[in-house]
Write a protein that binds this ligand. Structure first.
Ligand SMILES: NC(=O)c1ccc[n+]([C@@H]2O[C@H](COP(=O)([O-])OP(=O)(O)OC[C@H]3O[C@@H](n4cnc5c(N)ncnc54)[C@H](O)[C@@H]3O)[C@@H](O)[C@H]2O)c1
Ligand SMILES: N[C@@H](CC=O)C(=O)O
Length: 498
């Protein structure tokens, strides 16, 4: 019998990249209790394969393995770890097409976007391979007679990572490469919706010579596994990307073991368009900022705030462009939007649209009878949105664009900041004074001016308020996995100028 999993394996140049096991201590592992879960292609709702749900002792075994492997991994020179990470980078690049196919099948995003994510994910591996060589300590001018003072950087210890389904590969590499370069072993718990990208990364890590126990992928019931990871005192750092709801839970669960926490949580990005903008140019940029990954992006423009003087023209261009977007199976060519991750996401999007309409918003587009399958959601634009509506307050994570008009800069600042979130904001205007005023006043970790693209390895990615803690990427991303050890070398005799 041909199943979709044999079909998936056949689609790959290297079928060994498709693994249906967890990966612990360098071994492909099934669940000792026999529990399994199916993984579905969101475009067709067909099962692509299964994953084992590990038992509690198996999660603890991953921690044992990481603890044992840590001794040698941290003892390697930074340039030796760099070589292994660069080998991993090369293998990710060499297998880009297979990795993209796996991603499209489990996540649904169009194949060109999946290829882009593989490239994006790989770029963090290369970045941190090099950054690992620059984890400098410092020399401190001494205030203690005959002493030398300074700091050295040391790996924090075992790092656990819990990652989401919307970027199944890059959200792992941005964390794991930083931790590995710092000398930490890693235990990844990917989203159950998209485990196969993580497992393919494990296969490639093994081939790259990353030792057993250093890169582990555990699978299981998310709440069960996370509880064990949080309670485990040998895990010193926990890095999570996902919803603010689960982020809060992990803070609570990690309190007893006082872990280093990095949290990349939800967003509710405002997209502000100034009165000087060409409405067509701004509308096309807003389309890109809203609809990538079918709106399932923490950076997606959630509230589009357009100056009243160009609002109507903006809306016209936006709706024209939105109507031209193609929705379908990401494996087909010329698709702009794939499916949402599952039926609940479609139901949530529909509820947000209904709520807005019931509170007075005007709806354009979104004829759901045209949806090419159960998990698809046709793009919708809502105008006249207000703070009372869910589309304003909640991250919709769907192709639902909420638009409203404003009249002054002060008003739009207040509107933009009227949320518990603070991840990313967009400003479109060429007026330098307005840019500076808005950029400084917006309570967001990242502000992008006249550019939809803002991310990449060299930048500190992260949010303020309830969008999270810490930064990933950039010159400081590796610090999430390093401890600063201060030393005082005393009784050195007379140390001149110490
Ligand atoms: N800030 C960022 O960098 C960033 C990037 C990507 C996604 N996100 C956010 O992620 C969210 C969407 O992703 P999602 O739906 O996968 O988020 P989610 O919080 O539901 O899941 C994220 C991870 O947590 C696990 N999880 C789910 N329930 C859990 C529980 N009760 N206890 C412990 N772990 C649990 C999931 O299995 C998954 O691995 C959005 O809010 C989005 O903004 C943020
Ligand atoms: N697009 C984001 C992921 C958020 O969902 C990124 O680039 O990190």
């Amino acid at each position: 019998m041909t199943t979709l999993s044999t079909t998936l394996a056949k689609r790959l140049e290297d079928p060994r990249l498709f693994r249906q096991y967890a990966y612990v201590n360098g071994k492909w592992t099934h669940g000792e209790g026999g529990r399994e879960e199916a993984v579905y292609d969101p475009a067709t709702n067909e099962a692509i394969g299964h994953i084992p749900l590990l038992e509690a002792e198996q999660i603890t075994a991953a921690v044992d393995a990481a603890e044992a492997a840590f001794v040698q991994w941290r003892a390697l020179r930074a340039d030796e770890r760099c070589e292994r990470l660069l080998a991993w980078y090369d293998l990710i690049q060499a297998n880009r097409e297979d990795l993209a196919t796996i991603m499209t099948l489990e996540q649904g995003k169009p194949l060109p976007d999946a290829r882009g994510e593989v490239q994006y994910g790989a770029s963090f591996v290369r970045w941190f391979a090099e950054e690992g060589k620059r984890t400098y300590g410092e020399t401190i001018p001494s205030h203690i007679p005959n002493a030398s003072l300074g700091t050295i950087k040391e790996p924090v210890g075992i790092a656990a990572m819990i990652t989401p389904w919307n970027f199944p590969l890059a959200m792992i590499t941005r964390k794991a490469a930083a931790a590995l370069a710092a000398g930490c072993p890693v235990i990844v718990k990917p989203a159950n919706e998209t485990p196969y990208s993580a497992l393919a990364l494990a296969e490639l890590a093994e081939r790259a010579g990353i030792p057993a126990g250093i890169f582990n992928v555990v699978l299981g019931d998310p709440a069960e596994v996370s509880k064990i990871l949080c309670a485990e005192s040998r895990i010193r750092a926990l890095s999570f990307t996902g919803s603010t709801r689960v982020g809060r839970l992990l803070i609570e669960q990690s309190a007893n073991t006082v872990k280093r926490l990095s949290l990349e949580l939800g967003g509710n990005a405002p997209f502000i368009v100034g009165p000087d903008m060409d409405p067509k140019e701004a509308a096309f940029a807003a389309i890109d900022a809203k609809f990538q990954t079918a709106g399932q992006d923490c950076l997606a423009a959630n509230r589009i705030l357009v100056h009243e003087s160009i609002h109507d023209e903006f809306v016209e261009h936006f709706s024209e462009r939105m109507a031209a977007l193609t929705v379908g199976n990401g494996l087909q060519s010329e698709i702009d939007l794939g499916p949402l991750i599952h039926r609940q996401a479609v139901e949530k999007a529909a509820a947000i649209v209904d709520d807005a309409i019931s509170k007075g918003a005007t709806v354009i587009g979104g004829d759901q009878s045209q949806a090419p399958g159960e998990n698809f959601f046709m793009p919708v634009m809502l105008t006249g949105v207000t703070p009372k509506m869910k589309v304003w307050r909640e991250e919709n994570f769907a192709p639902v664009a909420g638009i409203t008009a404003y009249s002054t800069d002060d008003e739009v600042i207040e509107m933009a900041n009227d949320t518990e979130y603070g991840l990313a904001a967009y400003i479109y205007t060429h007026d330098i004074r307005r840019i500076w005023k808005l950029m400084r006043a917006l309570e967001y970790g990242m502000v992008s001016v006249n550019s939809v693209k803002m991310t990449g390895p060299p930048v500190p990615f992260g949010g303020v308020k309830q969008s999270g803690l810490g930064r990933e990427g950039g010159a400081t991303g590796i610090d999430e996995y390093l401890e600063t050890k201060y030393y005082c070398l005393g009784a050195l005799g007379s140390v001149s100028g110490s």
